[in-house]
Write a protein that binds this ligand. Structure first.
Ligand code: 5GP
Length: 114
């Protein structure tokens, strides 16, 4: 429910529109937006609209759309060198307890769309 979603994580609040974000893509299952503390231009995050803190807690049906969206963001960034990263747990550098894939461009030889 909406209330459940609102209470769980900062990214749930972004999904619910309670915290603003620079949205890049959205559908019923997935949201992508610019990282607020980018380590490269066009650094983006892709998240499921389902609250799970870590990857192994996310049901497969909510996982399937994330990488295709990350791929499209990489394409749209114009970068031909980039990292797709996904951290789980503090010791693995996870700060926000809601599954997210980073798309971090390394080079931007072309003019990107985002
Ligand atoms: P992690 O270290 O958990 O893999 O990455 C979390 C990422 O979320 C960080 O890169 C951080 O800059 C980003 N982040 C944290 N809070 C917000 C927020 O409120 N809005 C946006 N757009 N990004 C956030």
């Amino acid at each position: 429910s909406w209330l459940k979603l609102a209470a769980r994580s900062i990214f749930c609040k972004i999904i619910a529109g309670q915290i603003p974000s620079m949205k890049l893509y959205e559908d019923d299952e997935v949201l992508a937006f610019l990282d607020i503390g980018p380590i490269a231009k066009r650094h983006a995050l892709v998240i499921p609209k389902y609250h799970a803190a870590k990857l192994h807690e996310l049901p497969d049906e909510h996982l399937g759309r994330l990488l295709p969206v990350a791929k499209r963001l990489a394409l749209a960034s114009g970068a031909d060198e980039y990292n797709i990263l996904q951290n789980n747990g503090r010791g693995a550098h996870q700060q926000v307890d809601h599954v997210h894939f980073h798309m971090i461009p390394k080079t931007s030889p072309k003019e990107g769309l985002i």
